[in-house]
Design a protein around this ligand. Sequence first.
Ligand code: DC
Length: 233
Amino acid sequence: MDITSGTRKIIVAIDGPAASGKSTTARLLAKKLGYTYIDTGAMYRSVTLKALEAGLLEHLHDHPDDAASLLEDIGIAFDGERVLLDGRDVTGAIRDNRVSRHVSFVSSLKPVRDALKQMQRVMGERRGVVMDGRDIGTVVFPDAELKIFLVADASERANRRYAELIQKSGGCNNIPSVEELEQEILLRDRSDAERTHAPLKKHRDAVEVDTSGLTIDEQVALVYNLALEKTAV
Ligand code: DC
């Protein structure tokens, strides 16, 4: 607790389906609060990229426990907006559509979830973090002081993902159409919600925020005000 300023550091957990506005809201909220932003989707994407590069994806379908070998000495770090996998900048590569197509499968594997959950708990142990994902409020930090569940219409989410891909692709040019993205998002929603380990669901204490039709500024202001209520002592 920071007694001098009359505020305490908290954990803000932001969960919700793909492209519901989590990462934009979480990043801007973290900036306003002076907190660290942790994009856990980027961590699952990094493991997926590593599995693809190792040529292990097919093998993992039959031998899910072998995912442990990928995770033994994996290094995933955030440097501002950049994501580093084993010291290499993979910020653009993890947004590639090949990674997006396989990330739901990789993130359904228990060894992957267990390893990343541990890493995320260490990253947030001193509080003062905004973490976004699918299971942050339910599994990683069920004691997070503020839990948000963001939702939005599928078509709006596809349009947002398209804009994000254009911006973040870092030169990768195999960007799918908005219609393809909407199908992919719906498919991913289903597998994220139906998987056995840590399925996407709203924690009973989470505040549901529908971002359809809201501007980014409105989303951030709404969540920022909720955070201020929780940080005041
Ligand atoms: O937020 P995103 O689209 O970058 O997430 C990529 C995938 O990672 C998503 O399909 C589900 C998975 N994921 C997860 O299972 N748990 C998290 N905490 C974050 C992401």
